[in-house]
Design a protein around this ligand. Structure first.
Ligand code: NAD
Ligand code: DAU
Length: 356
């Protein structure tokens, strides 16, 4: 059994679906179902005896202790977080609470459980912390890509809270010996991403004929990775990563935002032509994000060298699959937009929990 936190969010749910599809051991999935948590995403494993969902908060120490005692996981994979930079600018408190206090509470509950394990289980236990490249700060056009030894220079409330969580994880290893692993990954895209993030927002807006809001000059650069490749990296680190190490994960795909938006418009023009003369007409430059980091780039050589990981998708293949997924799943999108996805737990999982 592994304990996954945040497994109803974008990456966590993709991880749970991939893990169980690959024949992985049972998953205990703890998620608070904030606006970003969507159990409809997990419909494919509804009723699967290998998936047990618990609606709860990583800040709840009593709940965590109860879950550890009852399920005795051999690893924690920690995705749960507030993840959206724009939201962190408008309301940083939730980011400090979940990302800092929540990670602290999870570390403490994990440490109490891990300390009491028999010696052989203490040695094989793992706490894998899923983090971000944003902790490293912003790069100039000629700076080398982030390596694992890059100094931390977080610039947004989101990245500062993730940086704090990374430091807590590091300290729990060095001080208490907790067998931790940390991954710092670049921008993910793919199925089931909440349409507040750049790629799904642009797809959903374009299909609705709404403006495509590009912040500032649109020349900010991100390094894009298909979510399935992030999940395979996490599986590799969990299985073979060296305890106490951090691994950068990225797709070697540095692309400016404006180029991303143009490539989405081109794909949509091909796959769902509109009558009005092409989606690019909807591109609108809007006021920039405060403190907007200019460029991120990940040097992913360490995980390749040590663990043999490399991405399976190029940006061209991954983005085509992603656009096609949004075209094929209008119901998932409509339920997110209307808020109906929030009823899913009441209609499905809550009834099942009550029967167990
Ligand atoms: P997301 O916002 O889609 O999902 C976060 C999940 O965590 C949601 O299901 C939410 O309900 C849950 N959650 C939030 N607060 C909680 C709490 N207090 N207790 C329990 N559950 C809680 O995020 P995502 O994009 O899937 O990101 C997952 C992780 O990966 C985060 O830690 C993020 O920092 C990291 N990450 C994301 C990206 C990216 O591009 N999205 C890239 C690198 C790293
Ligand atoms: O780098 C990893 C990070 O990537 C993760 O840690 C975060 O959880 C994830 O949200 C993401 O952060 P970004 O801020 O890079 O992602 P976002 O999709 O919000 O924005 C990507 C770029 O697009 C960024 O430069 C801002 C710009 N943007 C975004 C939106 C939502 C726009 O120009 N217009 C938009 O409407």
């Amino acid at each position: 059994m592994i304990l996954v936190t945040g497994g109803a969010g974008f990456i966590g749910a993709n991880f749970v679906l991939d893990w169980l599809a690959g024949g992985g051991e049972p998953v205990l999935n703890l998620d608070a179902l904030t606006y970003a948590g969507n159990l409809e995403t997990l419909a494919g494993v509804e009723g699967d005896p290998g998936h047990r969902f618990v609606h709860g908060d990583i800040c709840d120490r009593t709940l965590l202790e109860r879950l550890f005692a009852a399920h005795r996981p051999r690893a924690v994979v920690h995705f749960a977080a507030e993840s959206h930079v724009d939201r962190s600018i408008h309301g940083p408190a939730a980011f400090v609470r979940t990302n800092v206090e929540g990670t602290f509470t999870l570390l403490e509950a994990t440490r109490a459980y891990w300390s009491a394990l028999p010696q052989d289980e203490r040695e094989t236990f793992r706490f894998l912390h899923v983090s971000t490249d944003e902790v490293y700060g912003s790069l100039g056009p000629d700076d080398p890509a982030f390596t694992e030894t890059k100094t931390y220079e977080p610039n947004s409330p989101y990245s500062a809270s993730k940086a704090a969580s990374d430091h807590l994880v590091r300290a729990w290893h060095h001080t208490y010996g907790l067998p931790v692993l940390t991954t710092n990954c670049s921008n993910n895209y793919g199925p089931f991403q909440f349409p507040e993030k750049l790629i799904p927002l642009m797809i959903v807006n374009a299909l609705a004929g709404k403006p495509l809001p590009v912040y500032g000059d649109g020349l900010n650069v991100r390094d894009w990775l298909y979510v399935g490749d992030h999940c395979s990296a996490i599986r590799a680190v969990l299985a073979r990563g060296r305890v106490g190490e951090t691994y950068n994960v990225g797709g070697w795909n540095e692309i400016a935002n404006l180029d991303i938006v143009h490539s989405l418009c081109t794909l949509l023009d091909e796959l769902r032509p509109d009558a009005a003369g092409g989606y690019a007409r909807l591109i609108t430059h809007v006021t920039d994000r405060p403190g907007h980091d200019r460029r991120y780039a990940i040097d992913a050589r360490k995980i390749g060298r040590e663990l043999g990981w490399k991405p399976a998708q190029t940006f061209a293949t991954g983005i085509r699959k992603t656009v096609q997924w949004y075209l094929d799943n209008p119901r998932w999108v409509a339920n997110v937009q209307s808020g109906a996805y929030r009823d899913w737990v009441a209609r499905n999982y809550a009834a099942r929990e009550a029967r167990q």
